[in-house]
Ligand binder design. Structure first.
Ligand SMILES: [Zn+2]
Length: 337
C-alpha cells in the first residue's frame, strides 16, 4: 500500500483533488473563490450566495493578491466585505489563537466578513472575538442549540474552567469537535467534521443535530447543482471512518470500524498542522503523526484505545504509539443519514 499524503501526487489523490478543486476555472472567472487548501470557504460562499446563510467569515493569509481576489469575488457577486483589523496566529496543540498587528512580519491569517447585506457584514465584524458571541453565531446562521453548546465551551463559562487555565481568547476548534463527538450516540454523515471535506462550518451540539442536518442537506443539494462530481465525492468522503487529532490532522479510511478497532484497505492522510500552524509548529506531534501514517501504510488494522494506538498486519502487532491523554485522537464513523 502506498502512503498517500495530501501533498503527494498519487493517482487517487490527483483524482480526488481534481474533483475537489475542479472550480479552478471559476476562480479565474471570479465567480467562485476557493483559496488553496481552504475548501470550506468555497462551500460557505456557495451557502451565502444561495441564501442559506446570512453571512460568512472566512480566514485566509493576508496579502495583496488574496485581498484583491476576495475583493473581485465580492464585487462580482454583489457581496459586501470587511476584514479584521488584525491578523491571527494559531497553535494546533493548545487550540489557541490570538491577534497580531496587520503589519506584523509574522505570518498570520485575516478574517473576512462577507454578506449580501452591508449592515450584516459590518455587524459580523463588530461582534467577532467574543464581543457578542451569540449574535455573531446567529449572523452566521448557526442553529440555537449549537450556539448554546458552543457558549458553554467559551472562556469564562463555569463548564470550561480547565480551559480557562490556558491563556487564549478565541474559539477552540478541536476540543469542541471532541465534545461534540462525546455528546453523540448517533453520527450523521451530513455532520461529519472529521473528514477532509465538510458541510457545516460550526461544531454541531451533537452529531445528529436536526437543525444542522437541515442546513447540511440544503448545502449538499446546492453543491450538487453546481458540481455533481464534487457533491458525490463529498458524500463519499463524509461516510468514511477517520482517525482525527484536530481539524488540521486526520486520516480517512476505506474500511470497517468495530468499536475501537478498524480494519482497512486504503486511506487518505490529511496531516497539515505543520503548515496551518506554522507560526507555532509542534515538531514532536508532526513527527509522531508522520510515523503513525507510515505504519498505517504497512498495516491493515488499527486499534485506538484510551492509552494507545496499535497497528496490526495480518493480526500481528507491528506498531504501538502511546497517547498522552484519551482524546488526543478519536476514531469516528458516521452511522446514520
Ligand atoms: Zn444543534
Amino acid at each position: 500500500m502506498i502512503l498517500k499524503t495530501i501533498s503527494e501526487n498519487s493517482g487517487r489523490y490527483r483524482e480526488l483533488t481534481s474533483l475537489i478543486f475542479s472550480d479552478k476555472k471559476r476562480i479565474e472567472e471570479g465567480k467562485l473563490f476557493i483559496p488553496a487548501k481552504i475548501t470550506i470557504s468555497s462551500t460557505e460562499l456557495l451557502a451565502l450566495k444561495n441564501d442559506i446563510k446570512p453571512s460568512v467569515r472566512i480566514d485566509i493569509p493576508f496579502n495583496e493578491k488574496m485581498h484583491s481576489m476576495i475583493k473581485d469575488l465580492c464585487k462580482n457577486n454583489k457581496f459586501f466585505m470587511y476584514h479584521s483589523d488584525y491578523k491571527f496566529i494559531s497553535n494546533s496543540n493548545l487550540d489557541v489563537s490570538w491577534p497580531i498587528k496587520l503589519n506584523s512580519p509574522k505570518k498570520g491569517l485575516v478574517f473576512y466578513y462577507i454578506s449580501k447585506n452591508e449592515k450584516i457584514a459590518k455587524e459580523l465584524k463588530r461582534c467577532d472575538r467574543g464581543v457578542n458571541f451569540e449574535r455573531f453565531s446567529a449572523l452566521l446562521g448557526y442553529p440555537d442549540c449549537c450556539i448554546e453548546f458552543a457558549k458553554k465551551l467559551r472562556p469564562g463559562s463555569p463548564e470550561n474552567h480547565v480551559r480557562d487555565a490556558i491563556k487564549y481568547d478565541d474559539y477552540l476548534w478541536s476540543t469542541n469537535h471532541v465534545r461534540s463527538f462525546r455528546n453523540s450516540k448517533q453520527f450523521s454523515f451530513y455532520l461529519n467534521k472529521y473528514s477532509i471535506l465538510g458541510l457545516v462550518s460550526h461544531t454541531p451540539c451533537h452529531l445528529n443535530c436536526k437543525e444542522s442536518k437541515i442546513y447540511a442537506k440544503k448545502l449538499l443539494s446546492i453543491i450538487r447543482g453546481e458540481n455533481k462530481e464534487l457533491a458525490q465525492i463529498t458524500e463519499y468522503l463524509l461516510k468514511l471512518p477517520s482517525l482525527f487529532w484536530n481539524y488540521a490532522d486526520k486520516i480517512v479510511f476505506q474500511g470497517e470500524k468495530k468499536g475501537d478497532s478498524l480494519r482497512y484497505h486504503d486511506f487518505l492522510t490529511n496531516l497539515n498542522s505543520h503548515i496551518k500552524f506554522s507560526s507555532f509548529p509542534d515538531h514532536e506531534l508532526s513527527a509522531k503523526l508522520m510515523k503513525i501514517a507510515s505504519m498505517v501504510g504497512k498495516g491493515d488494522m488499527l486499534e485506538n484505545s484510551k492509552s494507545n494506538i496499535r497497528i496490526f498486519k495480518n493480526s500481528k502487532l507491528i506498531a504501538e504509539f502511546e497517547k498522552p491523554y484519551e482524546f488526543e485522537c478519536i476514531l469516528t464513523e458516521p452511522n446514520t443519514n
